[in-house]
Design a protein around this ligand. Structure first.
Ligand SMILES: [Zn+2]
Length: 316
């Protein structure tokens, strides 16, 4: 086997023969992981064979490819995959050629295209942790993913988590299968497109539905008004809970002028009203009390039943 340079990974004799000494010096520093040639506006991985023809004076070197740095620049088609994978290795193995080779082997077997690797590890700051030759962990926007190769079949696993009452989330041990037997392109799309915010909205909608159904049931059995013992042949005295500061007060509407309010008390943001109504208007009054319940439902005034229970006397 021919001897390779431990810095560049290139055959030693050939490399020194072809490269200018400035370039050799540049590449001796493992922190110079990428080279940019402004003349061709192209970014190269340090191991690209095209680098051989460059002189130190014409290139810019960098250790990390940040999304803003690459804007408007091209990637060399020959080494783009390598550059993306190298940029993704952010742990203590970042300067290890062996780690680089193993990661490249994994992504090649997984059928990863340069475009997807660039999207994952350069345009976004995903990072690579090699777990084994069949398992690669990718950290992306705070999520942990595992790519698992089983007999050439690729699966994507996602970190387990529990959702709390306030819809926040904590990660727990282990991973669950997100998708199985999918091409790498789909995996990259899933990882880049994932947002817990989307799931959060789903959880919220489901919880809200349960809550509103429960509320509807409670509201149906809640008395939001009471009729006092009859003192007059013509009028009924009633007590009911109106919305007060919470929302528009139904009993104040023009069409309900036949309700004569005799007393008003504010109670926890609602208004408890004593009123006198003509006896023949009782059916209208009851309709209005139903409308109050409907409005409480529409406006999700979840404390309305409790207020009614506190403010409306059970027997008068
Ligand atoms: Zn290149």
């Amino acid at each position: 086997m021919e001897e390779k340079s431990k810095w560049t990974g290139m055959p030693k004799n050939e490399k020194s023969k072809m490269m200018d000494t400035g370039m050799i010096q540049l590449l001796q520093n493992p922190e110079n992981r990428f080279l940019y040639n402004p003349r061709t506006n192209t970014i190269h991985d340090r191991q690209c064979t095209r680098v051989d023809a460059f002189s130190a004076g014409e290139v810019e070197v960098s250790g990390e490819l940040m999304p803003e740095y690459i804007r408007g620049k091209h990637f060399c088609p020959q080494c783009a995959q390598k550059a993306a994978v190298r940029n993704g290795i952010r742990n203590r193995y970042r300067y290890s050629q062996d780690q680089m080779a193993l990661c490249m082997q994994f992504f090649c077997t997984a059928g990863a295209a340069a475009e997807d690797l660039i999207k994952l590890f350069i345009r976004n700051t995903g990072s690579i942790i090699l777990i084994s030759m069949d398992c690669m962990e990718i950290e992306f926007n705070g999520e942990k993913w595992r790519l698992v190769l089983t007999d050439g079949v690729l699966s994507l696993l996602h970190n387990n988590y529990t959702v709390h009452e306030d819809y926040s989330r904590s990660f727990v041990r282990g991973f669950h299968v997100q998708c199985r037997n999918v091409p790498f392109h789909m995996i990259a799309r899933t990882i880049c497109g994932y947002s817990f915010k989307f799931h959060e909205a789903e959880y919220k909608a489901a919880a809200e539905k349960v809550r509103s159904e429960k509320f509807r049931t409670i509201l149906a059995i809640t008395d939001n008004y009471a009729v006092c013992k009859r003192k007059s042949l013509l009028f009924d005295d009633c007590i009911f809970v109106d919305f007060g500061k919470k929302t528009q007060e139904l009993a104040k509407e023009e069409s309900n002028r036949w309700i004569h309010i005799t007393k008003e008390n504010e109670h926890k943001g609602y208004t408890v009203k004593n009123c006198r109504i003509p006896r023949w208007k009782r059916p209208d009054f009851e309709k209005l009390m139903h409308a109050l319940k409907d409005q409480a439902l529409t406006e999700s005034l979840y404390d309305y039943p409790t207020i009614c229970e506190e403010a409306v006397p059970q027997t008068i």
